[in-house]
Design a protein around this ligand. Structure first.
Ligand SMILES: [Zn+2]
Length: 211
């Protein structure tokens, strides 16, 4: 995917259809794994020189950390990969393609810019938080001091990505608070324990973040 232009600088060429097909298939496997584990189904891979150097799926509910999107998990692995091999992350990221099942959100799109990722392939649009055109255009806007813009190929297996999201949101929210066990204040110390269970409808108000 690399070539040289007239000035001798390295150009980054866009991935071929067969590469997109192969890598997105693995990204969808990651998204399925997220769905099976009660996470918003988004999966991604980061590929450098035909090698996966980072992969991730949403870990927001598992870690109770709203920033643990698939892309952030994968980016951490890429930085570790570079550190272990004493490679410059700026050089490696500048030649790495991100494959993700859902359009990166605004936060992730900004992180991808700051790390100089040149190319993103994604499935469906992220209508609520998308940073590659759906809500803001972090990927291609002229943003001073915010890394480099990146190109996107969108719509790959988009319907399938949307169906997975719908399946997740139809399920009971796994992030809802658990029933609480409280001591009855009228009981003497060490007395009977009263279990108070929160109504399900109240618990459902918590909405899991998308990508
Ligand atoms: Zn994100």
């Amino acid at each position: 995917m690399q070539g040289e232009n007239d000035s001798g600088q390295t150009d980054f060429l866009q991935p071929s259809d067969s590469e997109i097909h192969a890598w997105m298939s693995k990204a969808f496997d990651m998204a399925s794994d997220a769905l099976e584990n009660g996470e918003v189904p988004v999966g991604c891979l980061m590929v450098y020189n035909n090698e996966i150097i980072g992969k991730g799926r949403n870990e927001v509910n598992e870690t109770k950390n709203a920033t643990r999107h698939a892309e952030m998990v994968a980016l951490d692995q890429v930085l570790d990969w570079c550190h272990c091999r004493e490679k410059d992350p700026k050089v490696v990221c500048g030649q790495t393609v991100l494959y993700v099942t859902v359009e990166p959100c605004i936060m992730c799109a900004a992180a991808l810019r700051l790390l100089h990722i040149p190319f993103v392939v994604y499935g469906c649009r992220n209508e609520r938080f998308g940073g590659c055109g759906s809500v803001l255009d972090v990927s291609s806007d002229d943003l001073p001091h915010t890394g480099t813009s990146f190109k996107c190929i969108s719509g790959y297996r988009a319907e399938e990505a949307v169906e997975m999201l719908k399946t997740f949101y139809k399920q009971e929210n796994p992030n809802a608070p658990k029933p609480k066990v409280r001591k009855d204040s009228s009981s003497p110390p060490g007395g009977d324990v009263v279990i108070q269970i929160k109504p399900q409808d109240e618990a459902k108000e918590t909405i899991a973040p998308l990508s």
